[in-house]
Ligand binder design. Sequence first.
Ligand code: BG6
Length: 493
Amino acid sequence: MQDVFDLVIFGGGGDLSRRKLLPALFSGFVAGRVSKDSRIFLTSRKGLEGSTEPWLKDVFKETPPACDMDAKSLKDFAGMVHVVELGLVEGGADWEALKGALAADDENRPLVHFLAIPPSLFTSTCELLGAYGLNNDRARVVLEKPLGHDLATAQAINADVGRFFKESQTFRIDHYLGKEAVQNLLALRFSNILFEELWSGRTIDHIQITIAENQGLQGRKGFYEGTGAMRDMVQNHLLQLLCLVAMEPPARLEADSIREEKLKVLKSLKPLEGAEIDRNVVRGQYQAGAMFGEAVKGYADDLELDSPSNTETFVALKAHIENWRWAGVPFYLRTGKRLPDRFAEIVIQFKQIPHSPHPGWGTNINPNRFIIRMQPEDHLALRMMVKNHSSADEKLKEVEMNLDVAGDDALRIGPYLRLILDAVRGDQSLFVHRDEVEHAWRWVDRIIGHWETSSEPPESYQAGTWGPYEAHDLMTRDRREWFHETSGKRSGK
Ligand code: BG6
């Protein structure tokens, strides 16, 4: 199906637009998912010197799209892209011009405003969209994270945006929800009796959710200092993944039902306080180390800071969901920069069997694990024990059953394109409701508040290692291990 729409990317020349949105839109165009009759407007304070085509070529040189790039496709795509000079604080002739350009004969043609700008500009931009009638019935607004810095700022943003756009027009994006494996998690959970019947504390021992990055700050230094991994990754991506794993089956696979169930999970998260935070939440900051055989700087040197910083680049924590299904099941969440590998993975670890007639029980029978890998490639796998044909001594061995969910490459689309097309169609299932954002902040604010009142700096870890020792200890004192430590390698490798 080809979608025809008008898309305005506010902050069109910025990092998100260049690295994620434009490559995704170009791939969608080449794959025939985005019609050539669509129009893409990129707003920028300074406009563009020269024409769009060579500029786009440079953008795609920095971040190559997932598809082949031939001269004709690039030329045709460039014909759809219009760079407009626009201030986001005051109206004027530039806004009149944008309004004129966006006038469409077809009243049903969707108009999507993607705010790829700092949240401090959300209010003035929405006010201007309202003042120029660009919040009309065919319009939707997409808000990129971070949605605020804490609960109070998130509430203010939600209230300000809400003055100009209804909740049904507001699309808060979390690109992790657009990842293929996450879609598959929902499909598997809610279309197979096998999984759902086992999905509770009766059979599950614990759940690990990891988003590991080997990159450092990638030119986002100004943003990162004072933000940190808790606000950048845990408040949104990790808690959203936790919601999808833990939520009850929604009545229908539609926005309201899904979002209600996710919200119930956030409301059931056990709040952590005082000493519980010190015990169950580890924060770290990378120091100088080596990555892939090359020396890399520590965080403070990366940022050229004059004094030490308390911003965390690593978080590992243990959370509990206080409801019938998950009572007593720990959820271990972990994310960090400058770790040895880049992957995002959910590991559902089942309980150990209560008894085995096979010799070696307790030493070489591993518990079953269901692994959902979102990154770098999509992968679903079930690890189980089978008879070992190749060794007379070892009767059993662990094998990995890979579920082939990759499908036809040509039909697959990346998370940002999927979510933009959902916004075009008005489908909010994979977007975050304002109540979810606010509840997630409430939980995270308690932890950040505790850190701010204590004078303890983050634990140190060497770049290129798996975070501070305390993250390892968080598991071992519960007689558990992070999955990569147990297996020596990630699933599927
Ligand atoms: C963004 C964070 O939301 O997600 C970044 O702001 C992080 O700090 C990125 O690097 C990770 O996304 P992905 O899809 O590359 O894992």
